[in-house]
Design a protein around this ligand. Structure first.
Ligand SMILES: [Fe+2]
Length: 448
């Protein structure tokens, strides 16, 4: 399989240009990056659906296009004529307000339209979108929807990679998405895991500034934090291997009941994609093929249940999302230029470097928090059908923070809220530990 086309750089829209022209530039860049991601895939690759949650690449390509057609072009242009009226059902993910939807688990059965037809669909919508933006006259509400569509497309760029990884994992040939050898171990060694103390008190989380963020990141509001400690870096493969070696997957006392049952039913014995987990040098399936695991890189592809069990075994817990965001605001206000995000192209978590007292909050792995995905106080979903984007998922999901090695850089921000069901393992999800710090301990340690 040939290697993929190099990724486009992060959006560099003309910031002094009028908003529609800026959006047109961003639109071209984001859409081109999606196409770059599939440069090494065949039409057969793009058809695969390995499980209900992991959609075919072809469906992602069509659905993101459907999003612009349905939520921007239709309301913006009187008498709009759809490219193909049947796509309204085929590529509607979950928007009940739009109408009927093709079953999620049956997306892999859509051999028609072909990949070529879907790419033609993309090109037609791209022309209509850019023409519409450059001609001017779209309302602020429509322009906000363009911004939503761009954020949405970035989310699906990550999903294209996490889903193709799972599709390829299910093939005994274990093909690589990117066949070129990627040297993950750059001679960097993570520093010893340390816990940094925070005194807590009243803090503020959520987004307050102007500019686009997703609806569920607002409003900014006050929270109360008891004194706590946050780990200086994510948990590594070596540290997680010690949990396995100590029988962590066989000791019920560390597990939530739902997780223990699922572990038994699914025969979990190691993170998803690990091979020969009992050896001293485990190997793993990655987007770059089967590799020797870098034991100093962050562990990933864990469910919430495994992350929680590890934390209990380690005498710690998962941070709350409020603690995580508070620490990010204090110690990682700027995302490092070399953060291991999608644009860096490594496609795997790597060992962190020793800058700052809190490291690797953005990039490498999403970090499970102990917080259920709920609306912030005063949250209001957007009016109309776009209100379904996040609001209706605020049950039975846990929040993850930070971003992974396949997250576009534009989504690496302290207020960004990712969420998945606790059994999910196919995302690049890892662990950062936290500990509660009693007032008495704080007084004796002099923590600030
Ligand atoms: Fe979507």
């Amino acid at each position: 399989m040939s290697s993929v086309v190099p990724l486009h750089p992060a959006p560099t829209a003309e910031t002094s240009a009028p908003r529609p022209r800026q959006l047109a530039a961003q639109y071209r860049e984001v859409r081109a990056r999606t196409i770059a991601l599939i440069g090494g895939l065949s039409a057969e690759d793009c058809q695969l659906q390995s499980m209900t949650e992991a959609s075919p690449v072809k469906w992602h390509l069509a659905h993101t296009t459907w999003f612009f057609e349905t939520f921007v072009l239709e309301p913006a242009q009187r008498g709009y004529r759809a490219v193909n009226a049947k796509y309204r059902v085929l590529f509607n993910s979950y928007y009940v307000g739009v109408g009927p939807r093709h079953p999620r688990g049956d997306r892999g059965l859509l051999s028609r339209p072909s990949l070529e037809e879907v790419l033609t669909y993309r090109r037609k919508i791209d022309t209509r979108m850019v023409d519409g933006l450059l001609q001017g006259g779209w309302s602020d509400e429509i322009l906000d929807r363009v911004q939503y569509g761009l954020e949405h497309e970035c989310q699906h760029q990550e999903l294209i990679l996490t889903d193709i990884k799972h599709h390829f994992w299910c093939n005994p040939l274990r093909p690589a998405y990117k066949a070129v050898s990627v040297n993950l171990n750059l001679g960097e060694h993570p520093s010893a895991l340390e816990f940094v103390a925070y005194e807590g008190g009243t803090a503020e989380i959520g987004h307050e500034a102007d500019g686009f963020v997703l609806d569920h990141e607002r409003p900014r509001h006050r929270v109360w934090l008891e004194p706590f400690e946050m780990a200086s870096r994510p948990v590594t493969n070596a540290e997680y291997a010690a949990f396995i070696a100590d029988g962590g997957y066989r000791k019920a006392q560390f597990w939530l009941a739902d997780g223990w049952d699922l572990r038994e039913k699914e025969n979990w014995r190691a993170p998803l994609y690990w091979l020969a987990e009992d050896s001293d040098a485990p190997r793993a399936f990655t987007l770059t093929g089967i590799v020797d695991l870098d034991m100093e890189a962050p562990v990933c592809h864990l469910s919430y249940y495994e992350a929680d069990a590890y934390a209990r075994w380690a005498g710690a817990r998962l941070p709350t999302e409020a603690e995580w965001e508070h620490v990010a605001g204090q110690d990682c206000a700027v995302v490092a230029d070399d953060a291991n995000l999608l644009e860096r192209g490594l496609l795997n978590p790597g060992p962190g470097k020793g800058e700052g007292r809190i490291r690797q909050m953005f990039g490498d792995v999403w970090e499970w928090t102990g917080s259920a995905y709920l609306p912030y106080p005063g949250y209001k979903p957007p009016p109309g059908t776009l209100g379904e984007y996040n609001a209706k998922f605020m049950v039975n999901q846990m929040v993850l923070r930070g971003g992974s090695c396949v997250t576009p850089r534009s989504q690496a921000r302290a207020t960004y809220r990712n969420f998945f069901a606790p059994h999910s393992r196919w995302q690049f999800s890892g662990i950062r530990l936290a500990r509660s710090l009693s007032t008495r301990t704080r007084e004796t340690s002099g923590a600030a």
